[in-house]
Design a protein around this ligand. Structure first.
Ligand SMILES: Nc1ncnc2c1ncn2[C@@H]1O[C@H](COP(=O)(O)OP(=O)(O)OP(=O)(O)O)[C@@H](O)[C@H]1O
Ligand SMILES: [Mg+2]
Length: 336
């Protein structure tokens, strides 16, 4: 892993004011969803940083903020040292080249009325001014780079004429078309058959090695996290509960949420795991709407104590680069 820092998030927040109707407005009771609630992390050049967590914990919202498709309500995001909230038009244009997103639903992100060639042509025309034979040649090479051969033939097809894996290759080709430095991939293999997942992940690694790309890789699948990422963060209701080198996270899960999530994922029947461990099913699930100053995992936590109800834990560095936001991590670690 290169030590050069490419991306830095500092206390990034994204809050959504939810429609409380007229009643909510008159009573002055605003419902504010803390979708991303003070996330800090860094990504090095050439690295894959994984983000895991259950549905609704804020992963896609964070991805959109990093790609500047949305703006944080507080905090700063630096790409290559520059605050992306402060960029002028030229800076923004460059950012939209350097940082690309692979959206969560690949099928929906390909326009069904356009050929693969037309889909790939758009960014190349807009950003690089390519036309004619130069454009066609570039598209052909791009398709062959993601193993769609012959590229010239694939360029003429429509998305519905492609298999799921081929569509995802087109989505990846579009993401790397402008030679970005960072690709934020939101669940890039979740919608694919098991047999194809490995091939797409291999392709992503090849592209990374060839172009020195960095990835922020969002995934529900902890096996994908383990194979692909050098460091990772586990999110819960807008917060990073634990982050560190992926190997350390798997070897020494410190946060009760990480333990529960990993235990549920690592056995063939996730429901069985939840019931036997009794971790993820108990109590009312806390919400990221107007959250109390308390641990957000407390209702589901088997280690809950009085202070968990009144003080929100701040991340502590348990080992070099390994951070955990839990009042009781020391006791939990000691107990093994
Ligand atoms: N534009 C919006 N307005 C209001 N709430 C939103 C908006 N976008 C996202 N949310 C809410 O923010 C929370 C986080 O959503 P997000 O899509 O980031 O979760 P996620 O971790 O990507 O989930 P999944 O794993 O299901 O994709 C959810 O409660 C979601 O309903
Ligand atoms: Mg999502």
């Amino acid at each position: 892993m290169s030590a050069t820092e490419l991306l830095r998030l500092e206390n990034v927040e994204r809050r959504f004011v939810l429609g409380g109707g007229l009643g909510g407005l008159l009573s002055g009771h605003r419902r504010v969803l803390h979708a991303v609630d003070g996330v800090s992390l860094t990504v090095a050049a050439g690295e894959t940083f994984g983000i895991a967590g259950e549905s609704g914990c804020g992963k896609s919202t964070l991805a959109r903020l990093i790609c500047r498709l949305d703006r944080p309500t507080a905090g700063t995001i630096r790409f290559d040292g520059q605050d992306i909230g402060q960029l002028d038009r030229r800076g923004l244009r460059r950012l939209y080249r350097d940082v690309q997103m692979v959206f969560q639903d690949p099928m929906a992100s390909l326009n069904p009325r356009k050929t693969v060639g037309a889909i790939l042509a758009r960014p190349l025309r807009l950003q690089e001014g390519l036309r004619g034979a130069a454009l066609a040649g570039r598209i052909e090479r791009l398709l062959e780079e993601v193993d769609l051969r012959p590229g010239g033939e694939y360029a003429q097809r429509y998305p519905h004429e492609l298999s799921g894996g081929e569509k995802q290759r087109v989505v990846i080709a579009r993401a790397v078309a402008l030679r970005p430095r960072l690709v934020v991939a939101d669940e890039p293999v979740t919608s694919l058959d098991m047999s194809i997942r490995g091939k797409i992940l291999t392709l992503m690694r090849e592209l990374q090695a060839r172009h020195g790309l960095s990835y922020v890789l969002i995934t529900h699948d902890l096996r994908v996290l383990r194979i692909m990422s050098s460091r990772a963060a586990v999110m819960y209701l807008g917060l990073v509960m634990e982050t560190g080198p992926t190997r350390a996270l798997f070897a020494r899960r410190l946060h009760p949420y990480t333990q529960a999530l990993f235990a549920a994922e690592m056995v063939p029947d996730p429901d069985a795991a939840r019931h036997t461990r009794g971790v993820l099913v108990t109590g009312e699930v806390a919400s990221a709407i107007n959250p109390a100053p308390a641990c957000r995992f407390r209702e589901r936590c088997p280690f809950r104590q009085a202070r968990c109800d009144t003080v929100q834990p701040v991340p502590e560095e348990a080992a070099p680069g390994h951070w955990v936001a839990c009042h009781r991590w020391r006791e939990i670690a000691a107990a093994g």
